[in-house]
Write a protein that binds this ligand. Structure first.
Ligand SMILES: [Zn+2]
Length: 307
């Protein structure tokens, strides 16, 4: 797996344009399900492991989206399917989260936060929604947040309170590839890799590895050390490999705290390795998959043996 603890911010700026227009609804529904699965798993890992994070951010279980995140081919269908206008819309809420308990529902529009109107869609890209998330997160740190919503033409307001969580945002990257990455703030997973994962236990394996990079501050450390992420040989490659091993080990602790099935980790990486682990250049920065599976199995045994 080409995990990259890169300092680059890869954001969801357009959804896949390859599918035929007649399939738009199915594509959007599938993408929404992926968004929800990634966020559900991220929320569970980030809240269960808050004791292991020194960078924290209240989590609410509220997923927001903007119409401008959809490419031209999908915009009209997204507007209908998600009741998505110029205001930010609710992609969904995580079951049992504060957003769920507050009564927020998928396809609600979010008009205002603590009485101040939220920005409406302007240009393409993720800038507006990143700014909306910044405002929501900042407000949650200060305390309960009042949201003015619109649902099927009716106005309602709710109060949302965060729960302690590790600070990371979880995003699906609309790519058919098989990569995932962490940049210190975001955990990003390719749609192709999410589709390859079988259920939440396997998605958790991917997310726990990337979240481990963020919790262990690998992106910042590698940046501070001037490590080239393109290195395939020498000191830089060795340093990257060390962070990959650390993330694999730590991911097992994160999965255990959150109650995910630990056996999913070696099974997933073995399955992934057989399907995608044949890149000859990946060996210097990432362990060959058989070694990786052995390391993960050893870590599971260590976790089960107790502290
Ligand atoms: Zn990694």
């Amino acid at each position: 797996m080409k995990c990259s603890s890169l300092g680059l911010l890869l954001l969801l700026s357009a959804h896949p344009a390859a599918a035929a227009k007649t399939d738009a609804r199915a594509t959007l529904t599938a993408l929404q399900a992926m968004d929800m699965a990634l966020s559900r798993v991220g929320y569970r890992l980030a809240t269960a492991n808050v004791g292991m994070c020194d960078r924290r951010q209240p989590a609410s279980g509220l997923l927001l989206q903007g119409i401008e995140q959809y490419g031209a081919d999908f915009r009209a269908s997204a507007a209908v399917l998600f009741a998505l206008g110029a205001a930010p819309g609710v992609t969904g809420v995580i079951a049992g989260s504060p957003a769920d308990r507050a009564g927020i529902r998928a396809n609600d529009s979010v008009k205002a936060l603590n009485g101040a109107a939220l920005p409406l869609a302007a240009g393409p890209g993720f800038d507006r929604m990143a700014a909306v998330l910044d405002r929501l997160e900042t407000a949650l740190v200060a305390g309960p947040v009042h949201l003015d919503l619109e649902r099927a033409g009716q106005n309602l307001s709710v109060t949302l309170q965060g729960v302690p969580a590790c600070a990371s945002r979880f995003q699906v990257k609309s790519s058919p590839g098989f990569s995932a990455g962490a940049n210190g703030r975001y955990v990003e997973v390719d749609a192709g890799l999410l589709a390859f994962a079988d259920g939440d236990d396997e998605i958790a394996v991917i997310v726990a590895h990337e979240l481990a990079h963020n919790i262990l501050k690998h992106p910042e450390t590698l940046n501070a050390q001037g490590v080239s992420r393109k290195a395939i040989l020498g000191k830089d490659a060795r340093r990257i490999r060390e962070t990959e091993v650390e993330a694999d080990r730590f991911s097992i602790r994160l999965l255990a705290s959150a109650g995910y099935r630990l056996e999913a980790a070696p099974l997933f990486w073995a399955r992934f390795g057989k399907a995608h682990g044949h890149g000859i250049l990946s060996d210097s920065t990432h362990l060959r998959w058989k070694k990786r599976v052995a390391l993960i199995e050893a870590e599971i045994a260590a976790v089960r043996a107790g502290p």
